[in-house]
Design a protein around this ligand. Structure first.
Ligand SMILES: *[C@@H]1O[C@H](CO)[C@@H](O)[C@H](O)[C@H]1NC(C)=O
Ligand SMILES: *[C@@H]1O[C@H](CO)[C@@H](O)[C@H](O)[C@H]1NC(C)=O
Length: 460
């Protein structure tokens, strides 16, 4: 008995002399447990380097997202009828994640991750990149760090060589957002900027996609979950995440690797040889990309026509009309020119309603885009009738706005004349089958001039 007492008090004494855990550790203790329970496949550096992990994460999200988008829209319409309703996805009380307001406001983000025993792997990587270390040390401006705990790195299979330093640097920069983004602020965001600036986006910041739900918590880029939030530092905030937040791959890669969603679009790109004639240098892009189901909705006759020799030029016109070069439109940001020319349009972030005409690759024929914001929801509608179903699928060279119907140019009135007018759509073009002649009639005015260009190029 006495021995037991001795042992107990020895244990107690030992407990007393053990230094109190680093501030970050208090929070990450619980967070780390939730990570080990995760049944997500382990990330791999190499898979990451070529974007495979990102693709894996996207797979299967579209069907769900399309349905969710429909639901959200229904809810908006219903609430618009005057009912107070619920607050949908963006409830007022952002009670998610495990913890909040820990940390140590006297220490920088860098100091906190350096002294925590749960973030040694990330801190090691940071130590290899002085510029990243400076970002996390600097107190000139606040930043937000999304840090994976060591357990995330342990799940990377053994035998994987470390990727090149440049890739790691990009990964680290992408894990940092300029500004303070506490969980309650993230809750109302759709995308936020990172410290990763890309030439392919005109020198603008690659963005991080945020989806917040009261039930499922806050996810970044569809699948990286915030497991501990709002850890205070002197120069910003830390959130712990359950995976590597990897910079997205190029948009063409995303399309190629998601055949369940985009195989018809891929086939259309191949059939029309469009990829060959796209400019080599882009400074961002917005592509309204229809899903396989969207093509199917046009009906079998129209599809057979579009993919035939006669129909090819119409198909090409449709594809070109869906692509905007050098301007990147997100649901809450707009990179309309390279960084040094002009910055992000502020209306894109805040206005309840704003309109922008984007010049398409089809001879700059405009896509008229309406962005409406309502209680944290955003709807993006092109030409008054084509709704973006999955917003902000980020790529390293632009953004995909995924549509559930094919974007078709509006009626063109008085074609061939100067000062053409654009007619407001009266009928609901969404979700109906088209007749071949009808589609040809709609597109023919757009093909004038276009055909000559094509002939000169020797494509027809
Ligand atoms: C960082 O954020 C804190 C808390 O909001 C604020 O008090 C401080 O002034 C900010 N620092 C800078 C440099 O903006
Ligand atoms: C996009 O920008 C690049 C580089 O500035 C330029 O070469 C290209 O012509 C532009 N493309 C369009 C369609 O404006």
């Amino acid at each position: 008995m006495r021995q037991v007492t001795l042992l107990l008090s020895a244990g107690l004494a030992a407990a007393l002399v053990v230094r109190s855990p680093a501030p970050l550790d208090q929070v990450l203790l619980a967070a780390d447990d939730s990570i080990s329970d995760s049944d997500r496949p382990a990330p791999s550096w190499w898979g990451a380097a070529v974007g495979d992990d990102h693709i894996q994460a996207l797979e299967g999200t579209f069907e769900g997202a399309l349905e969710e988008a429909e639901l959200a829209v229904t809810r908006i319409l219903r609430d618009d009828d005057g009912g107070d309703g619920d607050h949908g996805k963006h409830g007022k009380h952002g009670k998610h994640g495990h913890h909040g307001h820990h940390g140590d406001p006297s220490k920088t983000i860098y100091e906190l991750i350096k002294e925590s025993k749960y973030t040694t792997k990330f801190a090691e990587l940071v130590d290899e990149h002085d510029d990243i270390k400076d970002l996390l040390q600097s107190t000139e401006t606040n930043r937000t760090l999304f840090v994976p705990t060591d357990r995330v790195f342990e799940r990377i299979p053994d035998g994987h060589k470390k990727p090149p330093a440049e890739f790691i640097r990009a990964y680290l920069a992408y894990s940092i957002a300029p500004g303070r983004f506490p969980a309650r602020r993230l809750f109302f965001k759709h995308t936020i900027p990172s410290e990763l600036k890309l030439d392919d986006l005109g020198g603008h910041a690659q963005r991080i996609r945020v989806s917040a739900s009261l039930i499922f918590g806050t996810h970044l880029n569809f699948f990286t979950k915030i497991v501990a939030r709002d850890i205070e530092a002197k120069n910003g905030l830390i959130h712990a995440v359950d995976g590597l937040l990897l910079p997205p791959p190029p948009t063409d890669k995303i399309i190629q690797l998601l055949p369940d969603t985009f195989s018809t679009y891929s086939l259309a790109l191949a059939t029309t040889n469009l990829v060959e004639e796209l400019p080599e240098v882009w400074t961002g892009a917005t592509a309204f990309v229809p899903t396989n189901r969207a093509f199917a909705r046009l009906g079998p006759r129209v599809n057979a026509f579009l993919f035939s020799d006669h129909g090819k030029k119409y198909l090409k016109a449709l594809l070109k009309y869906g692509i905007v070069a050098n301007q990147t439109l997100y649901s809450d940001a707009f990179y309309k020119a390279p960084v040094d020319d002009d910055d992000d349009d502020k209306r894109a972030q805040k206005a309840d309603y704003w309109h922008v005409d984007l010049p398409s690759l089809l001879d700059d024929k405009p896509i008229a885009v309406d962005v409406r914001r309502w209680k944290g929801f955003v709807s993006i509608v092109a030409n008054g009738y084509t709704r973006v179903a999955v917003q902000d699928v980020l790529g390293s060279d632009g953004v995909l706005q995924v549509t559930g119907t094919v974007l078709i140019p509006p009626h063109k009135r008085g074609h061939g004349e100067e000062g053409q007018e654009w007619e407001e759509e009266e009928e609901q073009d969404d979700d109906r089958e088209w007749e071949v002649e009808e589609l040809k009639a709609r597109l023919d005015p757009y093909l004038e001039g276009f055909e000559e260009t094509e002939k000169r190029r020797g494509d027809l």
